[in-house]
Design a protein around this ligand. Sequence first.
Ligand code: SF4
Ligand code: SF4
Ligand code: SF4
Length: 298
Amino acid sequence: MMESLRSKAKELLQSGDVTTIIGYAAGTKKGKTKPYFAYTPEECEKLIFTPACVNNLVIYLTRKFDFMKKGKVAIVAKGCDIKTINVLIQENQFKREDILILGVTCDGVVDKEVVYDGNTLSDDEKSIKCITCDVNTPTDFDHLFGEGVESNALEPMTGGIYDEVDRVRGLSQSEKWNYWMEHFDRCIKCYACKKVCPLCYCDVCITEKNRPQWIETSAHSRGNYAWNIKRAMDLSGRCTFCGECDRSCPAEIPLNVINQEMSKLNYEAFEGYRAGYQTEEIPPFVSFKEDDKEDFIR
Ligand code: SF4
Ligand code: SF4
Ligand code: SF4
């Protein structure tokens, strides 16, 4: 897979079809990888793809970075990363023809505490998002690398993280409150969760506004709660479960659980809507029906 990926990347840069290849290279520590940017055919020699390639590189396609301003880019993307691309296209952040997708088939990437040792990953070593993955073989790409991988996913919104979502749903109101407050209390307001999310791309974030100040800056219960609920609401109907926010949180707040609770609610309320599986459909929170039964919408 890696040789054909490198060779296609070189060809794309040589022909001038793209200005940049966004991909992965070996990290400084054994078993780790890092985002990597190739601008010349020679630089493509360092491109790799292994189960240690955890990052969702789609963040580099957003206006947080300026790669897209330099011309067309090609991006190495797993099936789950392509779901994030689809949401950004849906939200008019760029057009499909502005990028080339170098899709890679994928049987799972390592969980945050696991160091890849070159062997096939067991389910316990995989990121929890991989347990319910149904895009192991990407559905949209310009070039595909790797052997086809069958999905082991059950019905949508079941198994893996959804077991915990369902368990928390089953708690009483006060137990639920305590569950989330105990977690949110650990938040240190580092905002790694928003920095790493490809779908958190506002030029000015509400956390930076102080007139009025919606989110208190100090890390205490009230502000932590406001921030975490606000973040989850902003991503509702948009989060593609790339897992980057959860992976980056130094306080180990179960952000995957709150994000996937919101995803499941959207799935149940909006006829099986799942973010990232389509580019044409209008997302639930930016559309309405004239015959909506709720009067307030008119
Ligand atoms: S969710 Fe699917 S595509 Fe994404 S890393 Fe896991 S197995 Fe690979
Ligand atoms: S990454 Fe975690 S600790 Fe940092 S702001 Fe987000 S929820 Fe809070
Ligand atoms: S909210 Fe988290 S899991 Fe969802 S798209 Fe953003 S970084 Fe990925």
